[in-house]
Design a protein around this ligand. Structure first.
Ligand code: H79
Length: 454
């Protein structure tokens, strides 16, 4: 969707204000309304919104240690929306494809029919999990229920789920959980706790259900909580509950959801989008990377193309070089990268995603020591390189290779420099308070060449 940058004339502002007064209650509702009428705009907000930040005390909580080491996870968006893949009534709808129901205001009764078409005969939990392993990802977060309300797990609280409503009839969550356990990778569940466009009392669907009639707290108590109980009871140890869009959830509701997770699985982490700044770690905005180090445990959820779920006409793939650099950038500032794939309605992971994740895995195979379990490095704010650090070592991740064969760094000590790939020693000398490292003429790695400085 093209973005416009415009000066808004005052007559238009008046019209917007009238619209807001007549048809919606908040600025946020108004923005949604405008988007649904075909307008689009960029909204400026901080990388980590305060209500999605880390709960006080969690920064020193040892339950997060595995997550702090992991640095890189796989997000999977898969559900009924994967079938239409962004196309409805013969028309390609703009925007992220898991939002199709909302964008096209598809009535529940129409949308429900997708369940009969969701028969992902090529679904292969083993292949999905082993891709994450090959990519060097240490955890997986899978959509158990997105905003459209469809459950990918066998729920006793609704018939609107994979086992009861699709010809496939398999509990894909169970298969993924078993495969993750077999291959030794952590599994988390995405669960949309506020928006549910299928449930009459869930947030978001105002085309089938009158918002004034909704019993949101009843929905949380009698629908969301039983779901969370099922998710944290029936699938073995779950590493993360990944809630989303905390709009409209009260502090008491966030607290009671957190308490339920803690009661059922004390080691399960809860992400910042639980809302009300109660998560175990902070969640940045979608695809947002902070400018500098944050003294928080934080994560950037991100896409490889533009859409989260499979979208047949989304070919805007980021390059492997870009993705590797984003990973390095995030880790150099103390964050985790939760990078997404959107398998098709048949259960196939798009080949461009497979290729990029494999390229990242090959880079990590060589350079993982400079990523996993590292801390932000001492040099920050340089465009040409990033730094991470470990015990007695600083890693320089060089993006822009110097033309004169020398890399100058200030504010670090070190006598020995080695290329992480291959271990070749590089000459180091001090000059005018800086270290000067002599490097080969050609960049050994087009994405990022790592030099370990000791
Ligand atoms: O699950 C992924 C997204 O579907 C979800 N979060 C990630 C992890 C998400 N929920 N809300 N949003 C992202 C932001 C929503 C933006 C919107 Fe719109 C603007 C919703 C309505 C207007 C973009 C434009 C989506 C539909 C129209």
């Amino acid at each position: 969707m093209p973005k416009l940058s415009i000066d808004i004339p005052s007559t238009f502002v008046e019209r917007i204000e009238r619209l807001a007064a007549e048809e919606s209650e908040s600025l946020e509702d108004m923005a949604m309304l405008l988007l649904r009428r075909g307008y689009d705009f960029e909204v400026t907000k901080p990388e980590v919104e305060p209500d999605r930040s880390q709960r006080p005390g969690a920064r020193s909580d040892a339950r997060l240690d595995w997550w702090r080491e992991a640095r890189f996870g796989l997000f999977i968006h898969w559900g009924l929306y994967s079938v239409p893949a962004g196309v409805w009534n013969g028309r390609d709808w703009p925007g992220i494809a898991e939002w199709l129901m909302y964008r096209a205001e598809i009535p529940v009764q129409e949308y429900e029919k997708l369940a009969a078409q969701f028969n992902p005969v090529k679904f292969d939990a083993k292949a999905w999990v082993s891709l994450a392993k090959r990519a060097g990802q240490k955890y997986i977060v899978f959509t158990s229920k997105h905003h459209d309300g469809f459950c990918l797990f066998d729920s006793a609280v609704t018939g609107y789920d994979m086992v009861d409503a699709t010809p496939f009839k398999r509990d894909v969550l169970k298969e993924l959980a078993e495969e993750c356990a077999a291959q030794g990778i952590k599994l988390g569940f995405y669960y949309s706790q506020t928006q549910d466009w299928h449930h009459p009392d869930g947030d978001g669907n105002d085309w089938d259900f009158d918002p004034a009639e909704k019993d949101f707290s009843g929905y949380i108590e009698d629908y969301v909580k039983p779901h969370v109980r099922e998710l944290l009871t029936n699938y073995g140890p779950i590493a993360i509950m990944w809630f989303d869009t905390p709009k409209g959830i009260s502090e008491q509701q966030s607290r009671s959801l957190l308490a339920l997770c803690n009661e059922l699985q004390p080691d399960c982490l809860v992400c910042g989008r639980l809302g009300n700044a109660l998560g175990d770690y902070a969640t940045a905005g979608d695809n947002r990377i902070p400018e500098e180090i944050l003294d928080l445990d934080w994560e950037t959820p991100a896409t490889i193309n533009d859409s989260w779920s499979y979208k047949v006409n989304d070919h805007n793939w980021k390059s492997s070089v870009d993705l590797i650099r984003k990973l390095v950038d995030i880790v150099s500032k103390g964050g985790n990268y939760l990078l997404n794939i959107g398998p098709t309605g048949e259960g196939v992971i798009p080949q461009p995603s497979v290729e990029r994740l494999e390229a990242m895995g090959r880079w990590l195979e060589v350079n993982g020591e400079a990523v996993y379990g590292t801390q932000p490095g001492p040099i920050q704010g340089r465009a040409d390189l990033r730094t991470t650090s470990g015990e007695g070592v600083v890693y320089l991740h060089v993006f822009d290779w110097p033309a004169d064969g020398q890399i100058r760094v200030e504010g670090v000590a070190g006598q020995e420099a080695r290329l992480l790939a291959g271990g070749e020693a590089l000459a180091v000398e001090e000059s005018g308070g800086a270290l000067v490292i002599s490097v080969p003429e050609e960049a050994p790695d087009a994405a990022a060449t790592v030099i370990a400085l000791r």
